[in-house]
Design a protein around this ligand. Structure first.
Ligand SMILES: [Zn+2]
Length: 376
């Protein structure tokens, strides 16, 4: 039993609250002989859920071995991410199918919450850090191949829905229960509306890798922000978005339609230096990852604990709203609200202990300490 904490419950933050853990679950009441840990002065929030993440700890989900992938997962866990969807970057179709096989095994054993394919079905005009020569139009048959290769573990595909085959691919994904995410797109407002009507439900890192909001050409941003069916991903690292853009999106969509993501690459939780993102070389300096050739931003070095801290200390969000955008909303998107996303009896005991400055002082995943509580 954790006692004395400020606990982020679904209805709001409760002072001097308790969280009881039994086995891998949260329990309603403590047994008589329960071990009690006094965490007075600390916050207890639900474990973070990252639906867009390419790696960390020096390891890549797109190219690493099984051991590398586990290193990346563990790195993010230590920063509070107890549920993680591994993202690939654009690659050759056979290579991506092979990666899907490897990652799906880790998903089956519970280390990942599934796979997100970012590319290759994206726009050459908005390619960001994806190799142009490997991009292709979203042919539903090829989308289907990737889903099949993931053996039930495909959670999301990011695609430019305005390309030939884009809307049909959205329909195919929706039929298979895979999230169709609009991103790396050059779509107009009208084309975006068409894709949403076809079943797209996520905006991949809203603002990044898409046309800007214009007064006569509102583009995808207006369509994605205004539609209740869309959840928008935001990268809250202070580099990808001006704080005012982030706040505009947050206040317009509301916490129930925002998922904070990292879009992290290998350098997250590791350090500056030279890395590969798929086939492309990346230089990380002062925590900002850029392609060596061309200088495009190439993912982030963000971890979700930092996204949380920025949200409540710099962006003026309440703890409750930050918890919603970092846990509850992404859990719901993944269809996992029954087991994660809030601190309620019966759900997994996935939680993060934060001090008064919102720095991580403990991480519990499925009832096991990933980071032992270190309280001062
Ligand atoms: Zn990404």
């Amino acid at each position: 039993m954790l006692k004395g904490a400020r606990v982020a419950l679904p209805g709001g933050v409760v002072d001097n609250g308790e969280v009881v853990v039994e086995g891998d679950r949260i329990a309603a009441n403590a047994q008589e002989n329960a071990q009690v840990i006094d965490v007075t002065g600390h916050y207890v929030v639900p474990g973070f859920v990252d639906i867009h993440n390419h790696g960390g700890g020096g390891a890549s989900f797109t190219s690493g071995t099984v051991e590398d992938v586990l290193t990346g997962i563990d790195t993010h866990r230590r920063h509070g991410t107890t549920t993680l969807v591994a993202s690939t970057v654009t690659g050759d179709m056979d290579f991506l199918a092979q990666r899907a096989g490897l990652l799906s095994e880790l998903a089956e054993q519970g280390d990942l919450a599934g796979i997100h394919f970012e590319g290759p079905f994206i726009s050459p005009c908005r390619k960001g850090a994806h190799s142009e020569e490997l991009l292709r139009d979203p042919d539903p048959a090829e989308v289907r191949k990737l889903i099949d290769a993931a053996r039930g573990q495909a959670r999301m595909v990011t695609l430019a829905t305005e390309l030939p085959g884009g809307v049909d691919s959205v329909r195919l994904l929706a039929e298979h229960g895979v999230i169709a995410a609009i991103g790396h797109t050059d779509a107009t407002y009208e084309q975006t509306v068409e894709a949403i009507d076809a079943g797209a439900t996520v905006a991949t890192h809203l603002f990044n890798a898409m046309p800007a909001l214009g007064h006569r050409a509102p583009g995808p941003i207006a369509a994605l922000l205004e539609d209740e069916r869309i959840t928008v991903e935001l990268i809250n690292d202070g580099t990808h978005l001006h704080p005012a853009s982030l706040q505009l999106a947050f206040h317009h969509a509301g916490p129930d339609r925002v998922a904070f993501i990292t879009d992290a690459m290998d350098a997250a939780g590791f350090g500056d230096g030279r890395y590969m993102l798929g086939p492309l070389e990346v230089e990380v300096a002062d925590g900002v990852a850029r392609l060596v050739e061309g200088g495009s931003i190439a993912g982030s070095t963000l971890t979700l604990d930092r996204a949380f801290k920025r949200a409540v200390t710099l962006d003026g969000l309440s703890v409750e709203d930050a918890v919603t955008a970092l846990s509850t909303t992404p859990a719901r998107l993944l269809g996992m609200s029954d087991s994660i996303g809030s601190l309620e009896p019966g759900k997994y005991a996935d939680l993060v202990l934060l001090d008064a400055s919102f720095d991580v002082k403990g991480v519990l995943r499925r009832g096991v300490w990933v980071v032992e509580p270190h309280l001062v």
